[in-house]
Ligand binder design. Structure first.
Ligand SMILES: [Zn+2]
Ligand SMILES: [Zn+2]
Length: 344
């Protein structure tokens, strides 16, 4: 089968691989139907690493996908051929202290799809995964909806980790796919108001359309100034969803005493700088988000029931063989891109 691999910094190429086959009795073979291009794929594409996870080329990335069960291992009872599934890209051991304490997302022995040194990604026509990583999609959900369950479950998880948000005022820095998923999840959880800052006009427009009370295009205006002017008493919780130092500084200035900073974005540098003075005087709680933890079912229910609306998420669709062009477009935030989807 033909797979699409990173072959260098900002380079992609087609490679021939054998179709994978099931070797573990609890695994399933999945025919990949819809693949999302993620911001974290972009770090590997543009920089060749995220922190100490460094790509050895060639390497297949990608971790957001849905598909159809093509074959099941002999011990698989919860899935059958033809089932349409969303897939958790995190293979966890189930045995370590983290797994046993309900934290498979920080499993000590984890292999995450498309992560250098762990396992290859889903930019290919077939993958093998443990059956326990698959979630059957309801009839009314498309393969694209199924693909969106991975990023949406991160939004659901980030909102959950922020605690009870009912009646609270919130601000979000960064309205890419994850910022949007966080916003929708907060709305579902009964938040009072949300302010959004993003550098891209079209993303600001989507935030407005989805009910943000105030949206600031940070490429033209000072988000901190306008947020504080609009809400002088500051916000209860700030979400950093862009991995940007300046955004984090602004967020800290906008959080009220006793409030929370939730860090979701992945920076392309090693260390955040945070004002010890603000953190201490205002007793700000910093919450870090590592992907998501068992939020797929909530995400599936929210999307299929219409409690969450991601209809403006997918902006581009292309065959997998055009991945090079699509990655280049996403890397440069061109052409009004929010989420691009590839089809094997
Ligand atoms: Zn992702
Ligand atoms: Zn484990």
């Amino acid at each position: 089968m033909k797979v699409i691999a990173l072959t260098g910094i900002r380079k992609m190429g087609e490679m021939e691989q054998n179709r994978p086959s099931i070797s573990n009795s609890n695994d399933v073979l999945i025919e990949v139907k819809s693949i999302g291009v993620c911001g974290s794929d972009m770090h590997y594409y543009k920089e060749g690493n995220i922190g100490d996870q460094v790509v050895q080329f060639p390497f297949v990335v990608g971790h957001e996908f849905s598909g159809v069960i093509a074959c099941t291992g002999v011990n698989v009872s919860n899935l059958k051929e033809g089932d349409r599934v969303a897939v958790d890209p995190n293979i966890y051991c189930g045995e370590c202290d983290q797994c046993k304490s309900g934290r498979p997302h920080t499993c000590r022995n984890q292999r995450f799809m498309g992560c250098p040194g762990q396992m290859e990604g889903c930019n290919k026509p077939f993958v093998v995964m443990p059956a326990k990583n698959c979630f059957v999609l309801p009839e009314n959900m498309s393969f694209d909806d199924g693909m969106l369950i991975e990023p949406l479950s991160i939004g659901v998880y980030a909102a959950k980790q922020a605690g009870d948000v009912k009646g609270l005022d919130i601000a979000i820095w960064g309205y890419g796919p994850i910022g949007m998923c966080v916003h929708e999840s907060l709305k579902m959880n009964g938040v009072k108001s949300v302010m959004v800052s993003d550098n891209l006009e079209w993303r600001c427009a989507i935030a407005k359309k989805h009910g943000a009370e105030l949206v600031v295009n940070a490429s033209e205006n000072d988000a901190q100034f306008h947020f504080l002017k609009h809400r002088p008493e500051q916000v209860d919780i700030a979400f950093e969803c862009c991995g940007n130092q300046e955004a984090l500084n602004e967020a800290l200035h906008c959080i009220k005493p006793g409030g929370k900073l939730v860090i979701v974005g992945i920076p392309d540098f090693d260390s955040w700088l945070m004002s010890a003075d603000i953190l201490r005087r205002r007793e700000i709680t910093v919450v870090n988000i590592r992907r998501q933890n068992q939020c797929e079912e909530t995400a599936i229910d929210a999307l299929s029931s219409g409690k969450i609306d991601l209809s403006d998420m997918i902006t581009h669709r292309a065959p997998l063989c055009d991945a090079g062009k699509i990655y280049e477009m996403v890397a440069d935030y061109k052409d009004g891109v929010m989420k691009a989807v590839l089809y094997p």
